[in-house]
Design a protein around this ligand. Structure first.
Ligand code: PNS
Length: 172
């Protein structure tokens, strides 16, 4: 549109998550969502009631390590309401990945709540690619803690961090 400043027209989306740790399934959603919006902010969410393997800062570092090659992707972290964060970024959309029916009801409810809390924002769902439909951060942690191979599910740098953290925990 003539006369409009580019930043005014930027379509910003937020991809929020725990990313504890980042998986190849998350990376698949990030790459695909980044092609749909002018800017994608991948936001690590801190939840004091959830015990995580990695701190908020560590989780954001893992994102940065894997995302530096995608020009329109930024990282952030926050604790609090997603709707407030979305508003503070001027985002028009929240992106969530759907692996299948088991994710659907939770996601439907979360999208409806966020639509009430941030009426100018919509949640956009991307179906996870088939080869990552079985991948979750929880499964990655369980497999690694039981000595299994997680290299199909996470990047080499995340794998190294998971192994290191689990071996530190065993020493405690
Ligand atoms: O990766 P996850 O754990 O499935 O992500 C869930 C997350 C962090 C996106 C969700 O729990 C969230 O939005 N938390 C922020 C708090 C909030 O806004 N709660 C009310 C809306 S449901």
């Amino acid at each position: 549109m003539k006369g409009m400043h580019k930043s005014f027209m930027s379509r910003i989306a937020i991809y929020p998550g725990s990313f504890d740790p980042l998986t190849k399934g998350h990376l698949d959603i990030i790459r695909r969502a980044s092609a749909l919006f002018d800017e994608l902010i991948v936001a690590v969410v801190g939840n004091p009631s959830k015990r995580s393997l990695f701190s908020l800062e560590e989780r954001e570092v893992m994102l940065k390590e894997s995302l530096h090659d995608i020009a329109n992707v930024k990282t952030a972290s926050f604790s609090g309401l997603l709707a407030d964060f979305v508003r503070s970024c001027g985002a028009c959309a929240i992106v969530r990945g759907l692996r299948g029916g088991a994710d659907f009801e939770n996601e439907r409810q979360m999208a409806a709540l966020n639509r009430v809390l941030a009426p100018d924002t919509d949640t956009v769902f991307l179906m996870t690619s088939d080869r990552y439909a079985c991948v979750s951060s929880g499964a990655v942690k369980e497999i690694a803690s039981l000595g299994g191979d997680i290299s199909n599910f996470v990047t080499p740098s995340v794998e190294k961090r998971v192994r290191q953290r689990l071996s530190e925990r065993k020493l405690c």
